[in-house]
Design a binder for this molecule. Structure first.
Ligand SMILES: [Zn+2]
Length: 188
């Protein structure tokens, strides 16, 4: 490979699955595409030469197993934490088999609410204006983690959701050893 042209290095990388996807930019909070950059490339950058060719072509490089690309806006968000307090800015929608970022879901809240409603095993992990959609937050401080904080969403729902209401869970804060979650309800 040492004497191959950059074009050959690139085609080989796509053939071998070393570059898996190209995103137009970042959806992930805290990340922005530098001025003039062409996009974000996802791949396996163990081979130095491949990465430097992509960088020279104007791409930001990210690892393929830490990120995904929104099916709707083609912007990237992380699927693996980069800090203890990280929460996924997006969701996998089972009904359409798509990864969708938090910005697109904020524009179309029904996409995620329709899937997560009345399911104690799923929780929204990013800021979504549920009040705007007619939901009301139930007062409570529920936590799950080490050191005996063992609130179980299914039990919380059983105890706190009044008859005739739908519910949805939202992850509040995430720490190194525990996470908190919130319960929202809406009349059916
Ligand atoms: Zn999106």
């Amino acid at each position: 490979m040492r004497n191959s042209s950059p074009y050959e290095v690139l085609t080989d990388a796509f053939d071998q699955g070393e570059i898996t996807e190209i995103a137009d930019g970042y959806s992930e909070p805290g990340y922005t595409l530098p001025e003039g950059a062409r996009g974000v490339a996802f791949g396996n950058w163990n081979k130095d030469r491949l990465g430097s060719i992509m960088e020279r072509m104007g791409f930001e490089l990210e690892w393929l197993d830490e990120w995904t690309v929104c099916s709707h806006c083609n912007h990237a968000f992380r699927t693996q934490p980069d800090s203890y307090s990280w929460k996924m800015f997006g969701a996998f929608l089972e009904s359409s088999c798509e990864m969708v970022c938090g910005s697109c879901l904020a524009d179309n809240p029904d996409w995620i609410i329709d899937e997560y409603v009345n399911d104690p095993h799923r929780a929204i992990t990013f800021d979504l204006d549920l009040a705007e959609a007619g939901w009301v937050e139930v007062d409570g401080d529920w936590r799950n983690g080490w050191y005996g904080q063992e609130d179980k969403p299914a039990e919380v729902a059983k105890q706190h959701v009044p008859d005739g209401h739908d519910f949805v869970f939202v992850v509040g804060s995430v720490g190194q050893f525990e996470l908190s979650f919130d319960l929202w309800i809406r009349p059916q």
